[in-house]
Design a protein around this ligand. Sequence first.
Ligand SMILES: [Zn+2]
Length: 71
Amino acid sequence: MREMGVRGVLVYCADHRCGHWTTLSADRWPDEVRLSDIEPRFTCSACGRSGADVRPDFNWNKPVSSAMGYR
Ligand SMILES: [Zn+2]
């Protein structure tokens, strides 16, 4: 996934009524791992359901300074 420039991922609970989501750094996985490979490995910490929708987070490297207006 890193070939796509993905440095972080957005992880959404597979149960859309739950709506729990989180962000993670993709650095923990080897380059050849695909998002579809890691989706079944997640378990929602809110509802306990296993499986997740994983999307690339292309804003991972967005500087906090610009996001927060820090001078
Ligand atoms: Zn959930």
